[in-house]
Design a binder for this molecule. Sequence first.
Ligand SMILES: [Zn+2]
Ligand SMILES: [Zn+2]
Length: 366
Amino acid sequence: MTSLPETSLAAVFHAPGRPFELAHVPLPILEPGEAIVKVECCTICGSDLHSIAGRRNVPAPTILGHEIVGTVAQVGPGHRARALDGEPIQPGDRIAWSVAASCGSCPTCRRGIPQKCQRLVKYGHQRLQGRHQLSGGLAEYCHLVRGTAIVRLDRSLDLEAVTPVSCATATVAAVLRAAGDLTGRRVLIFGAGALGLTAAAMTTWQGAAHVTVCDVSADRLERARAFGASQVVPWELLDEFPDSDSGSRFDAILELAGAPGAIEKAPAMLDVGGSLVLAGTVFPTRNVELNPEQLVRGLIRIAGVHNYAPADLQQAVTFVSECHDRFPLSSFVEQTFPLEQIEAAVASTQQTRPCRIAILPGDVPK
Ligand SMILES: [Zn+2]
Ligand SMILES: [Zn+2]
């Protein structure tokens, strides 16, 4: 068995407004089905930034970071964790894994909603306590527990393109699954951040006929074209669009911005039988006002998506594998930092609002 250090450097988050603590956290003694992964790359997601800023509550102290790619360093004794391809993982494998690990036996898991397991373990969201302290990506090592969906990654894939698979990309895969078959369909996406741009690219990959992206930022909208958007609409011009005379409505609207106003506008923009999928609202917002008659007469379906199922993670990896040359997926990561520079990394996100920054825990600070 590979010998590992007794502790892992980790950036521990205590509370909004307090600096991260660079601490040495003990590595656990592994149980069957578990693994220790050496973190190669962790991209910082919008949810992490909401937690750091205090806009959403996270149990603390904690190790944040849930978009993680790493190399298996050690596997537990006895039966091994298996990747979704059915093969056991082994030291040296590069992997990504689901943001949430589920028990497989509670009533919610048995209903086929493992992402909402009653005993859910969520990477980058666990209080630093007990055996499972190394649960986030802002550390040198991460402890994978039983019930984690794992996908082996080809080493030829660009780290910056593939690291967001376990949150942004897999969430988008779940959103598209909720929207139904989009082949030949007209899709409107609210939000041109990492989720919205990924959604534009993935709907294009899945054969949507027409992809429109709406955002408040002209810079972000400009990027959307490279991700497959056939049309972009600034938020302030949305009321003049679509032109009601031409009947240019949408078959699906994906709300990935977390904007209550966008949700309120959506039903009137959907064609009969259209779907509205909500996944952007992951922090408290005001209530929205919807007209139920419009929903009834329009046969409108509304679905919420949070976390995702293992198959969505597999779909996300397939998408990145097939499309990393077709769309500029690596461009989400605008800056990289070593773990020791976590404070500078977070400060940079507040100044430049990049889609993603990446923490590379193996890098030595300059
Ligand atoms: Zn996330
Ligand atoms: Zn469960």
